[in-house]
Design a protein around this ligand. Structure first.
Ligand SMILES: Cc1ncc(COP(=O)(O)O)c(C=O)c1O
Length: 405
């Protein structure tokens, strides 16, 4: 098969592959617990359903402007004003088919071949692949020893004359940590001074725990949206649990947004109109749904932390937000991919290897699912990994006996 060089460089998404593996196993009747999952279990907010249904009932399902329906963009302008304290114009916003497309649009628009984009490890799996897809070069900045926090010294050291952008994702997938305000202030100041774009992936902005808040990068620049090097990505997937609708957006300078719209016009045209209507409904509807989702996930986080305390040999940093944590499993003498495969095979638990996020020796565990799945999932991990746990376990109605420790 004659696949081109660039296409050959793009790796499969490990998280989507795991979803597929879990689906196949479940279809065979295997009681798999999916601790890799990247979406909450909530129902779609009613305001989103009603808005989408109204559009369907009207039978008005046609193309919209490529960059999104003006009414949705107005709702995004309102969101931006409320949450970022910045006045955006319609031309500063482009709506896309998920924040994934938003990120790709940005990278395509600003990165020349061989230019570098800095990623702060641990980083989301799709960033390096997307950078490669636009012929750019991902450059990874390691976190400060023993933490998931980057520092400015290492970030600046990684910058070269070819550095075009830095991607900032706080709270962070996969670690759940929120970067310090000092770090955000410093990196914004640095990027504005150096003319480097700071791509803020704020998709988990509303899923933060313990009364903490994500301070927007815009707070640390005097520039307005038009002149700032800050570009913001957001969407409805995580804050409303509306992953299947596939609506994300960018807030940025109009000149860049115009190019993103040209790209999108040639690639996909507008995002599906029913999904846009749903996103508008969610943004304009009762926002207590976001708080109730946040509280559910915070409770799940607490359950996950309590369960992990009992898992010998594992260290975990308590997440500030998102629905992930990234415990360290180094003492088990396997690579994270080997360990993840081992746990799926022996204990029927899906986890995501830390190597996919630039953190070998760790596994990403999600607490987006049910409390029962979290408890049962960690119990299975204990059984598979901890010689002090009982040799026997019931998985579904099968009794399994451990014979490898
Ligand atoms: C950090 C991060 N950014 C972006 C996305 C993509 O979101 P969407 O579903 O809107 O494409 C995800 C999804 O998992 C994510 O974790």
């Amino acid at each position: 098969m004659a696949v081109c060089q660039l296409a050959k460089m793009i790796n499969e998404s490990p998280t989507l592959r795991l979803n597929e593996q879990a689906r196949i196993l479940r279809a065979k009747g295997e009681p798999v617990i999916h601790l890799g999952i990247g979406e909450p279990k909530n129902k779609t907010p009613i305001s989103a359903i009603l808005s989408a249904a109204a559009r369907l009932n009207a039978g008005d399902i046609k193309y919209t402007p490529t960059d999104g329906m003006p009414s949705l963009k107005k709702a995004i302008i309102q969101y931006t004003e409320n949450n970022y304290n910045r006045l955006a114009g319609l031309e500063n916003i482009i709506v896309s088919t998920g924040a994934k497309q938003s990120l790709y649009n940005i990278l395509f628009t600003i990165v020349n071949p061989q230019e570098e984009v800095l990623l702060l490890a641990p980083y989301w799996v799709s960033y390096p692949e997307m950078i490669k897809m636009v012929s750019g070069v991902p450059v990874v900045v390691a976190p400060e020893d023993g933490t998931f926090h980057p520092n400015m010294r290492d970030t600046e050291k990684a910058v070269t004359s070819r550095t075009r952008a830095i991607i900032l994702n706080s709270p962070n997938n996969p670690s759940g940590v929120l970067y310090s305000e000092d770090f955000i202030a410093e990196i914004v100041e640095y990027c504005e001074r150096k003319g480097i774009y700071l791509i803020c992936d704020d998709i988990y902005q509303k899923l933060i725990f313990d009364g903490k808040i994500a301070v927007p990068a815009y707070n640390y620049t005097k520039e307005d949206i038009e002149s700032s090097h800050v570009i913001v990505v957001n969407g409805v997937s995580k804050m409303y649990g509306m992953t299947g609708f596939r609506i994300g957006w960018v807030v940025g300078p109009r000149e860049l947004v115009k190019v993103m719209a040209n790209l999108q016009a040639q690639m996909t045209s507008n995002p599906p109109v029913v999904s846009q209507a749903a996103a508008e409904g969610a943004l304009l509807g009762d926002q207590s749904v976001v708080e109730s989702l946040r509280l559910t996930i915070q409770n799940n986080r607490d359950v996950m932390m309590n369960e992990l305390i009992g898992l010998n040999g594992v260290q975990v940093t308590k997440p500030d937000g998102t629905f992930y944590c990234l415990p360290e499993f180094r003492s088990f003498q396997m690579t994270s991919a080997e360990l993840s495969n081992f746990l799926l095979e022996k204990a029927l638990v899906c986890t995501v290897p830390g190597s996919a996020f630039g953190m070998e020796g760790y596994l990403r565990l999600s607490y987006a699912g049910s409390v029962k799945d979290i408890k049962d999932g960690i119990e299975r991990l204990k059984w598979a990994l901890d010689p002090e746990s009982s040799d026997d376990i019931y998985i579904g109605n099968r009794k399994l006996t451990r014979d490898w420790l």
